[in-house]
Design a protein around this ligand. Structure first.
Ligand SMILES: Cc1cc2nc3c(=O)[nH]c(=O)nc-3n(C[C@H](O)[C@H](O)[C@H](O)COP(=O)(O)O)c2cc1C
Length: 372
């Protein structure tokens, strides 16, 4: 058990926040004494409702949160965009040619149209879609609502606060941190460039203390490159009130990835987690693959605006996954991937983080101890 501003705020035993798109990870993290945060971004409203209900039924009353993307810049699309209409033809041809040339078979005719449409709906992360996700979330006992990619509108923050729920935001610079603080958020997640997913250019080691100092006494969670206890200890030493991890859970038994995908991650080194616009149109740290390389190649088109580029990636990546051609697959992943070498469990990750954290704090304490 540890005591920090966020363990007090949420009534949790450990200041470990587990971001995941997988409800099983969320439940396990909350049951382990930390707090699971469900990423609502890739879920349709119906799927979000089902996932939250499932979490409520399994989390044993422990606190959990929801993460909703509020993009600052985006392409405004109809609620259920038709990929044929919203994606430029030459872009569709570019990605189809890429997987065709690798002899990756097309999706079965019947499945393809339905998959592409549903994927487009899920990737349509515009503020109005995010507000729908939030409305659904507020029907459940969530304790923490976190916004990513921009400042949530004031009425959203007010609606969350009116229910006694805390608001958090992911930030990658002091400028964004101050904006979020002034908008009324309660907790900031300072996410360094090592992280999986959308990133800014500043590394965690530099960013965390800058943000801690800029917004003190507001609690700050450290994110980006944390997968082991030494990094946990470093984050707390630099002034964080807790840690927020995303990549490390992907190697857990409970994660959303299948065995092939996990193996692909376990083979990767830290330098294989590259920052690219290939997946979403925004700078995003993802697993390097033939798909990401193609977007860096001569003659590749300039990536589309968010979320059109995410919609475009749906079909080729699904084809690669289905054909078990993981060399063409990609997924958001941080530099910590280089330390992820075999399947584990959420519980084991918690245990490992804590064991190494304690060893590290003892080791560092001993450096300054008076000689006996
Ligand atoms: C697969 C994956 C998907 C992510 N999706 C989101 C998201 O939808 N919303 C969000 O706020 N952060 C997202 N992130 C970022 C995480 O919230 C977190 O800040 C980041 O993973 C921390 O760095 P780490 O990957 O080194 O642990 C994602 C990260 C990963 C690895």
């Amino acid at each position: 058990m540890m005591r920090t501003a966020v363990t007090e705020m949420f009534g949790i035993d450990l200041p470990i926040f587990a971001f995941s798109h997988c409800r099983d990870v969320v439940v396990e993290a909350s049951r382990a004494g930390g707090m699971g945060i469900l990423g609502a971004a890739f879920l349709t409203p119906d799927e979000l409702e089902v996932s939250l209900k499932w979490i409520d039924d399994h989390v044993e009353g422990k606190p959990y949160g929801v993460d909703v993307v509020f993009p600052g810049t985006f392409a405004e699309l109809p609620s259920e965009p038709d990929p044929d209409e919203v994606l430029p033809r030459e872009y569709r041809q570019f990605v189809s040619r890429l997987v065709d040339q690798a002899d990756i078979p097309p999706l079965p005719a019947g499945d393809a149209a339905a998959f592409v449409k549903e994927h487009a709906h899920k990737m349509n992360m515009t503020p109005s879609e995010s507000e729908k996700a939030l409305e659904i979330s507020l029907r459940h006992p969530v304790k923490f609502v976190v916004g990513a990619l921009g400042v949530p509108p004031k009425h959203v923050i007010d609606a969350v606060h009116a229910r006694g729920i805390k608001v958090g935001a992911l930030v990658g610079s002091v400028r964004h941190a101050l904006k979020q603080r002034d908008a009324g958020t309660d907790v900031l997640i300072a996410q360094g460039n090592e992280a999986g997913g959308h990133v800014g250019p500043i590394s965690s080691l530099v960013l965390w203390p800058q943000i801690v100092d800029a917004v003190a006494p507001m609690p700050v969670l450290a994110a980006g490159g944390i997968g082991r206890g030494r990094q946990f200890a470093a984050a707390m030493t630099l002034g964080a009130a807790g840690i927020w991890c995303g990549s490390i859970w992907l190697g857990a038994r409970e994660s959303e990835l299948n065995a092939d995908m996990k193996e692909q991650l376990f083979r990767a080194n830290s330098e294989d987690a590259v920052v690219s616009r290939a997946l979403t149109g925004k700078p995003c740290r993802i697993l390097k693959s033939a798909y990401t390389n193609a977007w860096d190649g001569a003659g590749a088109p300039k990536p589309l605006t968010f979320p059109l580029q995410s919609i475009l990636a749906g079909e080729p990546l699904r084809r690669a996954e289905r054909a078990r051609r993981l060399d063409y697959w990609t997924y958001a992943i941080g530099q910590i991937v280089g330390d992820m070498k075999s399947e584990t469990t959420v519980r084991q990750i918690f245990a490992d983080l804590l064991t190494e954290y304690v060893e590290t704090i003892e080791h560092v304490g001993a450096l300054t101890a008076e000689p006996e």
